[in-house]
Design a protein around this ligand. Structure first.
Ligand code: IMP
Length: 435
């Protein structure tokens, strides 16, 4: 088979890290295709917790090749820190890790611009993670970005950097009244990073395509989620990359015909970090319970995640824009404590029922969710590994999610550990089929 894309169907934090780690045991290669260290993919193995920001979530499997694709924006300091942290836990990431020479580099001034811009926006801020992601993608599109491969060519790197710093300083000092940067200092710092990473910087598109051509199983790992996608998400309250399945092609350098299946991950309820509309958000004690039981705090920033009911409108949209072939439902066990579970099946806008998600945030923010009520199951589902062992009410809830999404469920996650999972069917083995 070719590649399987794993994508978030909500606003990120769906538990993609755990699922990618699980699927990676049968994969030859895992490739990250967008985002940067704004991501925090959590994997729990042998009682040890790992949070991956840039390194693909397959790294814990010995022999799995991990690739940071060209669509990613790399903060080399973060990457090296992540490699060192893994080393301290006994994992030698660099042995099997490759970085695209075309991946963009995050510079200190990207973070400074982001901070200044968010501060200036005040109440209209996006609520970014502060990792310099947006400004780095701006430079990429403006064709002034510095790529990982550029770091290996010091004279060219120095010239690019000097030009960029001159422009950035004018912006920071004049518009934002913030201090500027010294190009030479950054140059020396980044040369040290390049020295450490140089062996890993390659033509990754070729590497990925070769693996696919040889019939190897390749996972393309998305970060964030469908509704944070810069084109298809709740713009402008989105991240600056293509988090949907389309980004897997541009962000790795393989064509759409190389992709056999697209696996969407959805939490059994909904969360969101940062600003932006969230129709099923709960600001009451049920929201607080979901936050507590689900440990809903950002893996990277520690920020509280906003919590709400599962929203089938979000998922139906994700099925459409990603061409999902199947779904994975995570954190089912977090709903164990609830007597009643609500499920949003549609929206009403000014009293009128909508057939699809509105594209404008103002309209989405004014939508009223239409709910169905389902009975809770009153039992623990933590660690359940067989579908038949789930309480009847939980199976009925999952059946309803599948029906509303018009997409089959392949995996249900019932805890943070790898083995706390029900695998109905391995999405890696799902053959290409017409939808
Ligand atoms: P940025 O990606 O840091 O520019 O942030 C833009 C928006 O995306 C903010 O609302 C962030 O909270 C959100 N965001 C970015 N990365 C993640 C993630 O990995 N999980 C959840 N939300 C994210």
């Amino acid at each position: 088979m070719g590649a399987l894309v794993v994508v978030g169907t909500q606003w990120g934090d769906e538990g993609k890290g755990k699922i990618v780690d699980l699927l990676a045991q049968d994969a030859h290669m895992v490739v990250r295709y967008q985002g940067g260290s704004n991501a925090g993919h959590t994997v729990v193995k042998g009682g040890q917790k790992y949070v991956f920001k840039l390194i693909p979530s397959g790294v814990l499997h010995r022999g799995t090749v991990c690739v940071i694709g060209n669509g990613v924006v790399v903060d080399p300091a973060d990457l090296i820190a992540e490699m060192d942290e893994l080393k301290a836990k006994g994992v030698r990431a660099e042995k099997n890790l490759f970085i695209s020479q075309a991946a963009q580099v995050i510079m200190p001034y990207h973070k400074a611009i982001e901070k200044a811009s968010e501060t200036q926006k005040g109440g209209r801020r996006i609520g970014t993670t502060g990792r310099g992601i947006g400004p780095a993608y701006v430079d990429k599109m403006a064709r002034i970005g510095i790529r990982m491969g550029t770091l290996l060519d010091p004279p060219y790197f120095r010239q690019q950097l000097e030009d960029n710093v001159a422009e950035t300083n004018a912006l920071l000092e004049t518009l934002y009244k913030a201090p500027g940067f010294e190009a030479e200092k950054i140059f020396q710092e980044y040369l040290r990073y390049a020295e450490r990473l140089q062996e890993m910087i390659v033509d990754s598109g070729r590497l990925v395509q070769t693996a696919i051509s040889k019939g190897k199983k390749v996972l393309l790992e998305g970060a964030q989620g469908t509704h944070l996608d810069v084109d298809h998400g709740t713009y402008p309250y989105v991240t600056s990359s293509s988090a949907t399945a389309g980004g897997a092609c541009t962000g790795t350098g393989v064509g759409p015909t190389a992709i056999d299946a697209v696996f969407g991950i959805a939490k059994a309820y909904t969360t969101r970090v940062g600003s932006g509309p969230f129709p099923t958000e709960l600001t009451d004690e049920v929201g607080a319970l979901l936050q507590r039981c689900g440990n809903e705090f950002g893996a990277v920033t520690g920020r509280e995640r906003r919590c709400g009911w599962y929203d089938a409108m979000l998922i139906r949209y994700a099925v459409r824009v990603n061409g999902l072939t199947s779904l994975g439902i995570t954190k089912l066990d977090v709903l164990d404590a609830l007597d009643e579970i609500r499920l949003c099946t549609g929206y009403k806008f000014k009293g009128r029922k909508l057939a699809d998600m509105p594209q404008e945030v103002a309209m989405l923010g004014a939508c009223e969710p239409v709910y169905e009520s389902w009975p809770g199951w009153g039992k623990s589902t933590i660690g359940v590994r067989a579908y038949r062992d789930l309480p009847r009410e939980a199976r009925r809830y999952l059946g309803r999610l599948e029906e509303l999404a018009e997409c089959p469920i392949d995996i249900v996650s019932t805890g943070a550990r790898r083995e706390e999972t029900i695998v109905l069917r391995n999405p890696l083995l799902r053959a290409k089929r017409k939808r």
